[in-house]
Design a protein around this ligand. Structure first.
Ligand SMILES: [Zn+2]
Length: 240
């Protein structure tokens, strides 16, 4: 990649499943394309030559909802995308394609970790340091309502965040959590991520309708009471 006068920027579009993340990513990409065209024309009017910055559109290869070679929104928008299967492959593609504007869908799936942490986090940082305008979209919470893989770190790294909400399939309230269903029943907290032979599906739900609760041993109020009692009695031998 050549160096650029542009400042790097990381936009993260996040939120629940079916909240319009991919639609927003596609809209941002179209805007970026339009800006490049306008800038090139403005430069031409001033007698300068300005090549539009190259745009690379990628998605994690695990996302095969509608197509292997497109990102597609639930609303029916589609755009060509190159599937990649690891963070390092995303980096290599960006370098080979010599892109300055990078879009990547389903970024939560880049789960590779090493002793330095999530590899995707370093790849996104390196792209921004190269002066790339990076826009990614990804699910922030897993079916338990916990941070999804690298998304917490990616959100912390972002220069700009767009957070979207879906609609609860049960009651119509704003839905912030994905409900995992196995053979039509709510998944258990400890169910394995991959359940061979089972029919698995997901739907957006609000916190009230979400039915995958933490294990009963997860009692923060009880832990706090125990800790307060220990502090109160701290150092003193139990009275007899
Ligand atoms: Zn609900």
């Amino acid at each position: 990649m050549q160096t650029s006068m542009e400042t790097g920027h990381l936009l993260v579009i996040t939120g629940n499943m079916m909240s319009g993340k991919t639609e927003e990513l596609i809209a941002r990409l179209r805007t970026a394309k339009r800006i490049e065209t306008i800038r090139a024309e403005a430069a031409r009017r001033e007698g300068r030559r300005r090549a539009p910055r190259r745009i690379g559109v990628y998605k994690h290869g695990l996302d095969r909802r509608y197509s292997d070679t497109e990102i597609a929104s639930h609303g029916g928008q589609r755009i060509q995308a190159t599937p990649v299967f690891s963070a390092m492959e995303l980096w290599q593609r960006c370098v080979e394609d010599d892109v300055r504007i990078v879009a990547c869908d389903e970024v939560q799936f880049f789960m590779e970790r090493d002793e330095e942490g999530w590899v995707i986090v370093r790849v996104l940082m390196a792209l921004v340091q190269r002066g790339c305008q990076v826009m990614v979209s990804g699910l922030d919470k897993d079916f338990r309502g916990m941070p999804f893989g690298p998304m917490g770190d990616i959100l912390a790294l972002a220069d700009e965040r767009v957070s979207l909400t879906a609609t609860c399939m049960r009651c119509g309230a704003p839905a912030v959590l994905p409900q995992r269903l196995i053979d039509g029943r709510p998944a258990d907290w400890n169910d394995p991520i991959v359940q061979p032979g089972a029919m698995e599906s997901y739907e957006p739900r609000c916190r009230r309708c979400h039915e995958t609760a933490p294990p009963s041993g997860w009692d923060i109020a009880g832990d706090a009471r125990a800790q307060a009692a220990a502090t109160r009695d701290g150092g003193n031998p139990p009275s007899r």
